[in-house]
Ligand binder design. Structure first.
Ligand code: ATP
Length: 256
């Protein structure tokens, strides 16, 4: 499948060149090429265990880069801390975290080597605004653990928004969400992209992948193939564990 024209190196917010990613010496994906330009949204799709999370984690140092290169804003990913904001799968977090929603969002303002006491009024204002953007201004003082799963996901998105990063990485942000939380997240991702943020998100929701992203990266069999979302999704039925969902999607496509 032909890959869309790649953004020039200087313009790319995220670029993988022949990247191998995995854990210790075990490669999960090999030879991945991917370029993400400012203001673009790319959807990572693929079956359970295919390696979507691993690819995202490799960018933020939670999985290993075993071959090739990964650069963020032109710098090796390992030296680009602060340039990328990462939203993990919400069910991987300890919900008993003894902190408020506002505290979690404020964490987005921390930088390596910067002490807590250096958090300034402007940081608090940015965090307050981010919480309002995800519709949770009235939950600022609520303990993170007392929020619903969807609200927790929105708080984590607010933390990433507060970081004002050029690259947003989201691992299955729509998993098990109510319609309100899903709508809030979709709207915020669109706003971020419109403001120039590059977004890479993994999802099992093919309809949202198609609606949000004009480019998709299919992860399968240890490799990744990137192309126009319509084209990638057209090749999915039955093959990659998406059977009926992909078939429904094609049936529901306007004008077909
Ligand atoms: N910390 C880890 N150490 C070793 N292997 C891991 C680790 N995390 C994941 N793996 C393995 O890496 C492979 C890819 O997993 P990954 O979580 O990236 O898939 P995924 O596409 O995100 O799946 P899902 O859709 O279920 O979230 C799997 O075989 C998994 O068992």
């Amino acid at each position: 499948m032909a890959e869309p024209a790649r953004a020039p190196v200087a313009d790319a917010v995220l670029r993988l060149d022949g990247a191998g990613v995995g854990y210790r010496r075990r490669a999960v994906l090999t030879d991945v090429d991917l370029t993400l330009a400012p203001g673009r949204i790319v959807a990572l799709v693929g079956a359970n265990g295919a390696g979507k999370s691993t690819l995202i984690k490799a960018v933020v140092g939670l999985a290993d880069i075993l071959a090739g290169t990964i650069t963020v804003a032109g710098r090796p990913a390992r030296q680009a801390r602060g340039t990328a904001a990462y939203v993990p799968q919400v069910d991987t977090l300890d919900a008993d975290f003894p902190v408020t929603a506002a505290d979690v969002v404020l964490m987005g303002r921390y930088r390596p080597g910067r002490w807590l006491r250096q958090i300034r009024a402007t940081d608090r204002a940015i965090a307050t605004d981010a919480l309002a953007r995800v519709g949770l201004a009235d939950r600022a003082r609520t303990s993170f653990g007392q929020l619903s799963g969807g609200q927790r996901q929105r708080v984590l998105l607010a933390r990433a928004i507060a970081a004002q990063a050029r690259l947003m990485l989201m691992d299955e942000p729509f998993n098990g969400l109510d319609a309100t939380s899903q709508d809030v997240i979709v709207a915020q991702l669109r706003d971020l992209a419109a403001a120039g943020t590059a977004v890479l998100l993994s999802t099992h929701d093919l309809r949202l992948a198609r609606d949000l992203a004009d480019t998709a990266c299919l992860v399968h069999g240890g490799r990744a193939v990137t192309g126009p979302t319509e084209q990638i999704l057209a090749e999915l039925p039955g093959t990659y564990g998406y059977g009926s969902q992909a078939a429904d999607l094609h049936a529901a496509r306007p004008g077909r």
